[in-house]
Design a protein around this ligand. Structure first.
Ligand SMILES: [Zn+2]
Length: 113
């Protein structure tokens, strides 16, 4: 590949001109996106951003349980977390909160009860 050939999107092979592919929306990965600090920065941003998708998703889920599924079904998805992301967030919260809840059973009790 010479220096004059355009950089191609890894997903759809379209020529890239910016940080995102104009054809499929794939983000161009650079060194910063692959770093651990970027991952923690994004996680912290998702958790503390009250205008973000996490809080809006959970508040909608608590206040109107069927509304989130309805929005996802009709295609209104950009304001809310993706279901897989929400699944992992709920699992992380469950694991972190289980020692202070009634759901926690220590190893000794698991083995002998
Ligand atoms: Zn693409």
């Amino acid at each position: 590949m010479d220096s004059n050939s355009p950089i191609l999107c890894k997903s759809c092979q379209s020529p890239l001109t910016g940080k995102y592919c104009s054809a499929c929306g794939e983000q161009v990965l650079d060194k910063e996106l692959r770093s651990l600090s970027y991952l923690f920065k994004n996680l912290l941003e998702v958790l503390v951003n009250f205008d973000g998708k996490l809080w809006k998703t959970f508040l909608t889920l608590l206040a109107y349980p069927g509304k989130l599924e309805y929005f996802f079904h009709i295609g209104k998805r950009v304001d809310y977390l993706k279901p897989v992301t929400m699944f992992f967030m709920v699992n992380i919260m469950f694991v972190m909160a289980s020692p202070i809840s009634d759901f926690y059973v220590n190893y000794y009790d698991q083995m002998h009860l």
